[in-house]
Design a protein around this ligand. Structure first.
Ligand SMILES: *Cc1c(COP(=O)(O)O)cnc(C)c1O
Length: 389
């Protein structure tokens, strides 16, 4: 997720310009006399709405905050059940917990995204929302999720934190469900250090999201910030002008990032195909981001041998398995012990997900990989295969 690979001079210039142009106002709102018309967060939001062809975009302080704000904007809270996949970053679960809703975690399938049959089986009369997560740049099965959600009357919040710029049958992920959430943290596709965004095509959902991310502010067009009213409760999940200024620059690089990754992934995938290693099923091969290659092995022992080979050859992995602790529900004792859900079963629950994830390795694909580097990776993988498989 290589925003950090193409980060530097242009972003530095944007920060200098911010100080030169608006005297260093870093707050996204107010200070109208001082800032000389420079509103970088608003500019970032408008550019994102244009880029992703969505009606409304609300920048927030992180991807985690985006999820929390999205849940609040849909009015989800205590007494509601929210369904998430077992393979996601822990923040998806945390946002549900912080909303006061009950967390329901379901299996993933060989797409490594939410299994539609597991979603369907988990719906109860209390279920209000489902959060499909587009993991490792690849879209979840939004057709199936959407069908189930419509039939069961569920709201759909897309966690597109890892898939900014990916598309599903011609539409950007994040813009397909009721609300979409992006992250721009330091490891993501485009980065603002910390940052996130909530996108939606629904005006009322946007109004509630904007209010919730900023203490309930109604965003009046007639009175100043100090005098305006609140349309509901909220908190501070605001983005700063520093992040907004960098976001504008990074967003303009998104297309080039995705193009380069996809080209590099195609070359690496061809190599891995020659080796006879099974890959992940993709719901939209042309639309996925191409920043990771998932390889499946027959059993845990083979996976461990392959992983040892990667280490020996100096090749890294991407979250699977190096950060599984934070991405697979089986390891979230610190939440389940406290809240009681799955307290007795989290170690053995989600066996279908475990059988996939514990026999999987994800290789990172970078923006900057020349053919010599790709060929060298191919040589190393061939050596590892000879010894491990
Ligand atoms: C990174 C991430 C988040 C949280 O984003 P932050 O900006 O780091 O708070 C949420 N969900 C997924 C799937 C992520 O990868």
């Amino acid at each position: 997720m290589p925003g950090y690979e193409v980060f530097g001079e242009e972003e530095r210039r944007a920060l200098n310009e911010l100080f030169d142009a608006n005297g260093g106002v870093l707050f996204a709102h107010g200070f109208d006399a001082l800032r000389k018309g420079v509103y970088k967060v608003r500019e970032f939001e408008a550019a994102a709405a244009r880029t992703f062809a969505v009606a409304h975009a609300q920048a927030v302080s992180s991807g985690s905050a985006a999820l929390r704000v999205a849940l609040a904007a849909l009015g989800i809270g205590p007494g509601d059940e929210v369904i998430i996949p077992a393979f996601t970053f822990v923040a998806t679960a945390e946002a549900v917990i912080q909303s006061g809703a009950t967390l329901v975690v379901v299996d993933v399938d060989d797409t490594l995204n939410m299994a539609p049959d597991a979603l369907e089986a988990a719906v109860t009369p209390a279920t209000r929302a489902v959060i499909p997560v587009h993991m490792l740049g690849a879209p979840a099965d939004m057709d199936a999720v959407g069908r189930i959600a419509r039939r069961q009357g569920l709201r759909v919040i897309e966690d597109a934190a890892q898939a900014v710029g990916a598309s599903y049958h011609g539409r950007y992920v994040g813009t397909i469900g009721d609300v979409g959430c992006f992250s721009f943290d330091a490891g993501k596709v485009i980065i603002t250090g910390e940052g996130g965004m909530v996108v939606t095509n629904d005006r009322d959902t946007f109004t509630r999201a904007r209010a919730y991310h900023d203490h309930g502010h109604e965003y009046s067009t007639t009175v100043g910030r100090g005098e305006e009213g609140a349309i509901g409760e909220g908190f501070n999940y605001r983005m700063t002008e520093l992040q907004g200024a960098i976001g504008v620059v990074q967003l303009a690089k998104l297309d080039a990032i995705v193009k380069a990754q996809r080209a590099n992934k195609a070359k690496l995938t061809a190599l891995i195909g020659e080796l006879g290693i099974r890959g992940r099923r993709l719901t939209d091969e042309a639309g996925e981001l191409g920043d990771a290659i998932v390889m499946f092995f027959d059993d845990r022992e083979t996976t461990a041998r392959f992983l040892a080979g990667l280490k020996r050859e100096g090749l890294g992995t991407k979250n699977v398995p190096d950060a599984m602790r934070w991405h697979f529900a089986k390891h979230w004792a610190h939440m389940f012990e406290k809240y009681g859900w799955y307290r007795s079963s989290y170690r053995t629950q989600w066996q279908r997900s475990a059988d996939l994830l514990e026999c999987a390795i994800a290789l990172p694909v970078m923006v900057k990989m020349d053919d010599a580097r790709i060929a060298a990776i191919g040589d190393k993988l061939r050596r590892i295969c000879r010894e491990a498989l």
